[in-house]
Design a protein around this ligand. Structure first.
Ligand code: UT7
Length: 343
């Protein structure tokens, strides 16, 4: 019988610099009130010059391995939109710096859905018997992509990393036993322009035209993304619940991509799920793209909200457009030692 992947360790990393909404309001035409009421965000962590995505990924990864009580993994999958360089991928650097040797290591690019895609990839490798322990990381220095003059994006995003160790355990008949259960993933490439960094890729390099001004910066059609995110996250969550044979009433926690508290509330409403079952972490870290779900999970552990045996559904929507959901029964993990936000 195929093994069931189970989370055996979790870790997080946040850069120490905290930027509050009031700090942003001193540089941009915005207010604390607008940001809080439109997004639910109060502050975010931001990398200092010299700190890279791999630095955050290595710290989160080391903490996840320690939490799992191991120093080994035979696969590293890193979800990121902000790799250290366009080439090569960042995951091999992370694997080497963690002392994992010559294990397979690669990046997954699905923007804010990246962690769910990375978890899916690692789960598939474990189920196929190609790996026994995988380190799955979501890490971003997303603020390095932002146009500092664009209040519509500069107010929303933050930096950080979260990681889980995924281990194969022989399958057991008990459906209440911890483990990753089912996925629902999708994409719609006709929506590629909704969330984009138009410059810096082959498209621009092979174009005879001069790049548009600010083409190197992240751009988003916020309103269109908002409605697509609510629809896709709700439908995908339903599909993952259906595949697991779970009713909405059986869900203990909805851990959605932390983009906007209004999106998370709307998804809960669409699903007829009490809003207090939606785990919220973005108020203290903003939207950390591929890092947001593992950061929210680590915070849920630290605060004693996620408990062994809880039925959890992850759901995300991001650039591509991509979306994805996963059902899992939460494992019994050692306490998370490191803070998941500033005091
Ligand atoms: O992570 C990947 C997925 N991303 C998401 O899921 C993000 C989805 N989108 C959103 O969360 C929301 O659309 C935003 C938070 C980005 C924007 O909120 P909104 O309620 O949709 O605002 P809006 O874009 O409709 O803009 C409303 C007004 C506009 O002014 P006018 O045209 O009505 O005069 C904006 O210029 O708010 C203005 N505005 C701001 N005002 C103060 C936009 N950003 C700001 C700001 N401060 N930071």
């Amino acid at each position: 019988m195929a093994p069931t992947p189970v989370i055996t360790g979790i870790g997080a990393s946040l850069p120490p610099r905290v930027v509050t909404n009031d700090d942003l309001a001193r540089q941009l035409d915005t207010t604390d009130e607008w940001i809080r009421t439109r997004t639910g965000i109060s502050r975010r962590h931001v990398v200092q010059p010299g700190t890279t995505t791999s630095d955050l990924a290595v710290e989160a990864g080391a903490r996840a391995l320690k939490n799992a009580g191991t120093s080994d993994a035979d696969l590293v999958v890193l979800a990121t939109t902000t790799p250290d360089r366009p080439c090569p991928a960042t995951a091999p650097t992370v694997a080497a710096r963690l002392g994992l040797g010559t294990v397979p290591a690669f990046d997954v690019a699905a923007v804010c859905s990246g962690f769910v895609y990375a978890l899916y990839t690692a789960t598939a490798a474990l189920v196929a018997g190609q790996a026994r322990t995988a380190l799955v990381v979501g890490a971003e220095s997303f603020t390095t992509l932002l146009n500092p003059r664009d209040r519509t994006t500069a107010a929303i995003f933050g930096d950080g990393a979260g990681a889980v160790v995924l281990s194969a355990r022989p399958d057991a008949a008990d459906p209440k036993q911890a483990g990753i259960l089912h996925f629902d993933l999708g994409s719609d490439g006709t929506l590629a322009d909704l969330i984009t960094v138009p410059g810096g890729g082959a498209e621009q390099r092979t174009s005879a035209r001069e790049p548009e001004p600010d083409a190197q910066y992240f751009q988003m059609d916020g309103r269109a993304v908002f409605s697509a995110a609510v629809r896709r996250m709700s439908d995908s969550t339903r599909a993952a619940l259906g595949a697991s044979g779970w009713s909405v009433e059986q869900v203990d926690w909805l851990v959605g991509h932390q983009a906007n508290v209004r999106i998370l509330t709307a998804v809960a409403e669409q699903l007829d799920l009490p809003p207090e079952k939606a785990l919220i972490h973005l108020d203290r870290v903003g939207n950390t793209s591929a890092a947001s779900i593992p950061l929210a999970l680590a915070d849920g552990c630290l605060r004693g909200r996620l408990k062994a045996g809880d039925r959890v559904v992850l759901t995300a929507f991001g650039g591509g457009a991509t979306w994805g959901s996963a059902t899992l029964v939460w494992p019994d993990l050692p306490p998370v030692e490191n803070p998941t936000t500033a005091p």
